[in-house]
Ligand binder design. Structure first.
Ligand code: NAP
Ligand code: GCO
Length: 265
């Protein structure tokens, strides 16, 4: 086994929405394995905060302001990266939003917004980077899916529909571009402690854990929330030569949630 198969030395990675949270952790880990990091945020101030955070970690990241739902802006972003940094070898479609609203109270506009960011945008960004990957003769695309690519729950109809679609988009990119030596896989994080899930972990007035927090602990064999760092090893694997024959796979990094009926109350 050539241990260098896990190295990302000489590779250029674009991680979308990676000023903080899961995207930041994945990008930082990829940089520590040798990759050059490009990332975007929709918000300029947060992008600059992200640059600073990478610098504090000893990483010279290339930051860009771009709304991943805006096809023209994404095409411009990819052209800029190719001119300033080089052809993208690894794309991580990480940027995402969630709206937790009971379905019959959710507007169609809200539903469309979630699908736009969580499903349409990974299509848009993948479509922008694939032609150069084909020309280069290789590429890695990693879509950040979710438990909701497999399971539903109340109030997250748009998010589950989008993440379910993202699972199938992953399989379709695999099918359409596997012959060009492009591997497209997904990572399905469990419940990870980031700003996106902060409302589900807020301490109660009496200092007790949030009911949902307690629920997730009971549904996770690891009996803990995941940390963004728990996703780094799987992401590096899927970005590296070590996974060249892994394609169309959703790698769930969930502490065992999908395998477990849940602790008896
Ligand atoms: P987060 O803390 O909410 O961060 C999301 C990032 O995406 C932010 O940097 C945000 O930028 C960016 N973003 C949102 N809309 C964008 C747009 N239109 N264009 C560009 N950037 C945009 O989320 P997270 O928890 O790190 O999650 C990252 C990914 O993992 C998401 O796809 C999420 O669905 C998925 N995921 C999360 C969990 C979890 O438990 N946390 C589990 C499974 C999957 P701004 O801050 O400027 O809005
Ligand atoms: C929710 C959570 C989840 C996580 C994640 C689980 O409200 O249920 O936000 O959706 O974000 O997607 O994998």
């Amino acid at each position: 086994m050539n241990i260098n198969a896990f190295s990302l030395k000489g590779k250029i990675a674009l991680v979308t929405g990676a000023s903080y949270g899961i995207g930041f952790a994945i990008a930082k880990g990829m940089a520590e394995c040798g990759a050059t990091i490009c990332f975007n945020d929709i918000n300029e101030e947060l992008m600059h905060k992200g640059i600073k955070a990478y610098e504090e970690a000893g990483i010279k990241a290339h930051g860009y302001v771009c709304d991943v739902t805006d096809e023209a802006a994404v095409e411009e972003l990819v052209k800029k990266i190719e001119a300033e940094v080089g052809v993208i070898d690894i794309l991580v479609n990480n940027a995402g939003i969630i709206k937790r609203i009971p379905m019959c109270e959710m507007s169609a506009a809200d539903f469309r917004k979630v699908v736009d960011v969580d499903l349409n945008a990974p299509f848009i960004v993948s479509k922008a980077v694939i032609p150069s990957m084909v020309k280069k003769g290789h590429g890695k695309i990693i879509n950040i899916c979710s438990m909701m690519s497999e399971l539903g729950r109340e109030t997250v109809s748009a998010y589950a529909a989008a993440k379910g679609g993202l699972k199938m988009l992953t399989k379709n990119i695999c099918s359409e571009f596997g012959g060009a030596n492009i591997q497209c896989n997904g990572i399905g994080p469990g419940y990870i402690a980031t700003p996106q899930t902060a409302p589900l972990r807020e301490k109660q007035a009496d200092g007790s854990r949030h009911p949902f927090d307690q629920f997730i602990i009971s549904k996770t064999p690891a009996a803990r929330w995941g940390e963004p760092e728990d996703l780094v090893g799987p992401a590096v694997f899927l970005a590296s030569d070590a996974s060249d024959f892994v394609n169309g796979h959703i790698l769930y990094v969930d502490g065992g949630i999908l395998a477990y009926i849940g602790k008896q109350p």
